[in-house]
Write a new protein. Structure first.
Length: 675
């Protein structure tokens, strides 16, 4: 069963089907991959551009809205009633004017330069805004948009727009301000958001605090730069880029979902930013739908290709299987030309050519087998005749072999005797060669001895000369030592005199000190000098004592050196006598060596003559031995050739027998073919 399955997997039909399926799968997968990758890039770029334009449009919309609100306040600041700073009349006018704008403005109020104000909410209530930052800024002459705070009255997030009130001369006389209700911004933001796409926008200030959001519950409460239950660590990191306003895009993770955030600064604000958030999955949702569609189409195409490949595989494999069965029959020696595949011969493709080739092969095999049968019969008859002829030839060769063997034995005996005499002569020749070699070595050794003797004699002569030079130098050194001894004695005498002088100076300085003491105050300076002279005399006396001690040591060493020089002179005299005796001995050795050399030369000539005669005798015996060996070798070669011929004839005889046997087996095998 396993063999059938294995054969099924190796069949042409299976290979065709599997190849087409693999090609189809690779094509589908590559097409889907290329389409998805290219589409994802396009979609990502389109969404990115669209979102950037959208957040820019939103920020511009909010900026325009703020600009209109600011212009509205500025337009009222130049109203004649307001410019005259008739606060009660101006406030009543403003109260009526903003009646239809309560969803935008929470309250208007007018303040004097001291910060005292009256609002449209309660004209009887007077407050003071002198400590507010925006009040200080507006007095500089520019309209100001304040930071966002929660209204103490309504609790709503507000931002104050304050504009300076100037009289006809351009002098600032007061401040007109309107509290902007930022809940209106949250309402505008809702229009930018989409619940279906899970996309929404919000506004933050320059510290990350949410100012406007579709979810009003987190306005003025949530800060994206501070981690909390709703603000994750990734959003806190992303807030740094948003607040810096670097790239207008940042991506972060929130509760396992990747969020793409697009942002843009809002002009005419205190660093506010518009932020639009959208989950990344929403962006790529159309791509996932497209991928599902592509996979469905790919699977359908794969099923269609499998059906087509099965049909094509069968149409190609079935004729091949039929031809394979017919070839197997040929392998089973069935060569009948009648078969089931006669219809395949009419095909014009490769299968038809294969069928025709099989028929031609069968026809040729039948013809070859018939020829083999005829040849086999003829070979069998010739083989029998060859066997009888070989038997007669074998007997004749055996008789010749016996005769040649007897002749070879006699020749071999003669060669052995000659070889024995040659070996003895060769041994004698080697001994003569040894004597000759030893004589040459003796001659070389004697030459070396003569050379060494000459060198030794020369060295002794040279040593004698050097000893004479050394004797002269030693005499000079001895004279120098004697001179040095006398000089050291002179130095000792000088040192003694210096010591005596120092003693005398010391006595004089002592007397001078005594005289200075007698002189009293007039002799103090002289006493100091006398004391210093006494110290120098004492130091000189000590130094001269040290010099005397050193000179005494030097004199002792010079005396020892002088004694050593005397002993060295005696030793050199004895050594010169020994060198003279050695020189005489070397001359005697040289004379004996010359006599030995003459005797060795005579011996060498005699050995050379003996060696030349020995070589002639050895050559003659070697020639005789060579002739005997050649005769013996020739006889042995003849004998070996005859034996080889006998063996060859025996092999031919065996081959003839085997040939007959093979012919019979061939006939039996041919009989197995079904023609």
């Amino acid at each position: 069963m396993s063999k059938e399955k294995s054969g099924r997997f190796k069949s042409i039909k299976f290979k065709i089907i599997s190849t087409m399926i693999i090609i189809c799968i690779l094509s589908i997968v590559s097409s889907i991959s290329v389409s998805y990758i290219s589409s994802s890039g396009i979609v990502s770029n389109l969404v990115d551009d669209k979102m950037r334009e959208s957040v820019k449009f939103q920020s511009e919309t909010i900026s325009t809205w703020l600009e209109e609100r600011i212009k509205y306040v500025e337009s009222h600041s130049i109203n004649p009633l307001v410019k005259e700073m008739n606060i009660e009349s101006a406030v009543e006018y403003l109260k009526n004017d903003i009646e239809d704008k309560k969803d935008i403005y929470d309250v208007f109020f007018i303040a004097d330069l001291n910060g005292d104000y009256i609002s449209t909410r309660d004209t009887n209530n007077v407050g003071n805004i002198k400590d507010r930052d925006y009040f200080k800024e507006v007095l500089k002459g520019e309209t100001v948009l304040s930071n966002v705070v929660n209204s103490k009255t309504t609790g709503k997030p507000i931002s104050v727009i304050a504009s300076p009130i100037k009289d006809h001369s351009g002098k600032i006389v007061g401040v007109l301000a309107g509290s902007l209700d930022l809940n209106k911004l949250s309402s505008i933001i809702e229009e930018f958001s989409s619940v279906k796409e899970e996309r929404y926008s919000f506004i933050i200030d320059n510290e990350g605090l949410v100012l406007a959001h579709p979810n009003k519950d987190i306005v003025m409460k949530e800060n994206i730069s501070i981690k909390s239950n709703e603000v994750g660590e990734d959003l806190v990191k992303a807030s740094k880029e948003i607040l810096n306003g670097d790239n207008n895009f940042v991506s972060y993770s929130q509760k396992g979902t990747t969020i793409n955030a697009y942002y843009n600064k809002i002009e005419i604000s205190n660093g506010w930013s518009m932020v639009t958030k959208i989950p990344k999955d929403i962006i790529y949702k159309p791509l996932k739908n497209m991928l599902s569609t592509l996979i469905y189409v790919g699977i359908s195409s794969l099923i269609f290709v499998v059906i087509i490949s099965i049909f094509v595989g069968k149409s190609l494999s079935n004729p091949i299987i039929s031809l394979s069965d017919e070839i197997n029959k040929v392998g089973d020696l069935e060569l009948s030309l009648d078969g089931e595949n006669t219809n395949l011969s009419s095909r014009k493709d490769e299968i038809g050519s294969m069928r025709i080739s099989i028929i031609n092969m069968k026809t040729k095999l039948i013809n070859i087998i018939n020829s083999i049968l005829n040849i086999s019969s003829e070979v069998s008859n010739d083989s029998n005749k060859l066997t009888s002829s070989i038997d007669e030839t074998s007997k004749s060769i055996d008789e010749v072999a016996k005769t040649v063997e007897e002749m070879a034995q006699a020749t071999s005996e003669q060669a052995r005797n000659t070889e024995e005499g040659l070996n003895r002569l060769v041994s004698l020749s080697r001994k003569i060669d040894g004597v000759n070699t030893n004589a040459k070595l003796m001659e070389e050794y004697i030459d070396e001895t003569r050379v060494s003797t000459q060198k030794g004699s020369h060295s002794v002569s040279l040593l004698n000369v050097k000893m004479a030079d050394n004797d002269k130098i030693a005499g000079k050194v001895a004279d120098s030592v004697v001179s040095l001894l006398e000089n050291s004695k002179a130095i000792g005498d000088i040192s003694n005199k210096i010591g005596e002088i120092a003693e005398h100076v010391n006595l004089l300085s002592l007397n001078a000190t005594i005289e200075a003491a007698r002189a009293g105050e007039h002799g103090k300076g002289f006493a100091v000098v006398a004391d210093e002279i006494r110290r120098l005399a004492h130091a000189t006396n000590e130094s001269s004592g040290q010099i005397v001690e050193i000179v005494r040591n030097v004199q002792n060493e010079i005396e020892e050196t002088n004694q050593g020089m005397v002993l060295a002179g005696e030793t050199i005299t004895e050594l010169r006598k020994v060198i003279d005796d050695t020189e005489i001995d070397f001359k005697n050795i040289s004379d004996f060596v010359l006599k030995i050399v003459n005797q060795v030369e005579v011996l060498g000539k005699d050995i050379v003559d003996i060696t030349m005669d020995k070589e002639d005798v050895v050559k003659s015996i070697q020639n005789i031995a060579a002739i005997s060996e050649q005769s013996s070798a020739g006889a042995q070669e003849i004998s070996a050739s005859i034996e080889e011929q006998s063996a060859i004839i025996q092999q031919i005889l065996n081959m003839a027998d085997n040939f007959n046997s093979v012919t019979n087996k061939l006939n039996l095998e041919i009989a197995k073919f079904k023609l």
